[in-house]
Design a binder for this molecule. Structure first.
Ligand code: SAH
Length: 464
């Protein structure tokens, strides 16, 4: 993060804008909106300034004395030398300064703003891509209705009452989220503040009944955060506590609520930071404390994810839960590797197996796997790759059957290694692959030559 976003209180504070053009006008306007006492210094002003009331004009060129008593300054003159001088003089006096379009001379930068006062959202790319920032702002503009400003004002009216009624911070948050995401908010959006108030007060009386925790068992997909479902994202933004393990990529984890508690429960091959039973019990305990618990799992929770075991314990304790499917590795990774799992010329069926059993062995139905025109996808198979390939060959699959290993599919670290049943183990050994890896075996692998489209290496290495 190159800049720290903060919100500055400028109410009643003297601010200076140097310059009289359209940009200076926009900056002066926004300062006025923030309640600042604005002084504009410029020999000439554009017409727009005529519409801006309550601003002091000084029809002069900038002089250092104009900075006397000023809390913040924006330089928007069309003279590079003057802008530079303003930056220098302001810095000397420790006055925050912004020089339009010149980050080098700034001690702060101005974000793009989405104003639903009292709700204000600020966007910045630190000067890297202002157009992108603008696009993003546009998207959120559509997502956040005007009514949100009214909702925030409404919430502020009841903040103290709710605080007095519900002492516990966590429970209070849940109460507010129920208010802000439920029917009360809808009433505000439709302009019926009276009913909204009545509903809120009745919820307050009934506080204990409306506060019970629940668990969201959510599939996080194979790594690329764009592959999350909308429901996953919504619940990720809602949960108070997040339990996650190695398979959940960092960019995905970053989309969980910023102030949620995050608990790493481990899990690498054969190394469980928390034993499964303890994870199951922890989910129960947290939900019983009234928390909204997100159990975030790589891929799909019901595919080699032990999702069934975890919610089994929840069901036994009568805890509410929801299951949100995710894109499983087979599906996401094959798509990003350009390997269709089925294809009329190559495979009419596709089978998912795990190469790693609870006791560490690999006990597969080799005959069922070694069928023609079938794609085999092996999860957790790298360790047993050699055995896998030799058993398949021994059970009749031609040694020349195409086979691939995909490392960290869908992420910027994706690598795809191709070979045949006969050659893949040696190639894999030489490549020093990093977990997780997925093995795909079958004629479909040959299609990659034509269909590969995702080449993350082109843009450099992942920062994660
Ligand atoms: N529930 C998960 C699978 C958990 S088992 C799902 O539906 O995808 C863990 C195995 O999944 C790993 O050993 C690996 O074989 C596979 N896997 C998960 N994410 C992967 C990725 N991004 N790239 C390659 N393999 C992946």
């Amino acid at each position: 993060m190159d800049y720290l976003p903060i919100f500055l209180s400028l109410k009643g504070k003297q601010c200076l804008v140097a310059g009289g053009g359209e940009i200076a006008f926009r900056k002066a306007s926004i300062l006025v909106r923030a309640g600042a006492v604005v002084r504009v210094v410029s020999p000439a002003l554009c017409k727009s300034f005529a519409t801006l009331a309550g601003v002091e004009y000084i029809p002069e060129r900038f002089q250092p004395s104009h900075l006397d008593g000023v809390s913040l300054v924006i330089a928007a003159t069309d003279e590079a030398g003057t802008n530079e001088q303003i930056s220098r003089e302001a810095s000397k006096r420790n006055i925050p300064v912004n020089v339009v379009d010149n980050p080098r001379l700034c001690t702060f930068i101005m974000p793009a703003i989405l104003d639903r006062s009292p709700l204000v959202i600020a966007f910045s790319s630190g000067g890297a891509a202002p157009v992108l920032t603008g696009l993003l702002r546009g998207k959120l503009e559509a997502l956040i209705p005007q009514g949100y400003g009214r909702l925030a004002s409404f919430a502020s009216r009841f903040r103290q009452t709710v605080k007095t009624h519900i002492g516990d911070h966590g429970k209070r948050r849940i109460f507010w989220e129920n208010v802000l995401e439920g029917p009360v908010a809808e009433k505000i959006f439709s302009g019926d503040e009276k009913s909204a108030e009545a509903m809120l007060l009745s919820m307050l009386k009934d506080e204990n009944r409306s506060l019970c925790g629940e668990v969201y068992l959510v599939g996080a997909g194979p790594g690329d955060p764009d592959l999350l479902t909308l429901k996953a994202l919504r619940l990720m933004q809602k949960a108070d506590v997040v339990l996650y393990d190695n398979l959940v990529s960092k960019p995905v984890l970053d989309l969980t609520r910023r102030d949620a508690e995050r608990i790493f429960v481990g899990k690498m091959r054969g190394d469980h930071t928390l034993p499964q039973e303890e994870i199951n019990d922890l989910l129960v305990r947290l939900a019983q404390e009234g928390k909204r618990v997100l159990r975030l799992k790589g891929g799909d929770p019901f595919i080699f994810g032990r999702g069934g075991e975890e919610i089994g314990t929840l069901a036994a304790h009568k805890i509410n839960f929801q299951v949100v499917p995710g894109i499983t590795a087979a599906s996401g990774v094959s798509a990003y590797a350009g390997i269709p799992l089925t294809h009329r010329d190559h495979a009419q069926s596709c089978i998912f197996v795990t190469g790693h059993l609870k006791d560490g062995s690999m006990d597969l139905d080799w005959e069922a796997l070694a069928r023609p025109k079938q794609t085999i996808v092996v999860y957790m198979g790298l360790h047993g790759l050699e055995r896998l390939c030799s058993e398949l060959a021994a059970h009749g699959l031609p040694a020349l059957t195409p086979a691939a290993i995909v490392q960290q599919g869908t992420t910027l670290n994706q690598r795809v290694i191709c070979g045949t049943l006969a050659t893949l183990p040696k190639i894999a050994e030489a490549e020093k692959l990093q977990a997780p890896t997925l093995i795909i075996i079958g004629g479909v692998v040959s299609l990659r030559d034509k269909l590969s489209w995702f080449h993350p290496g082109v843009y450099g290495k992942s920062p994660h």
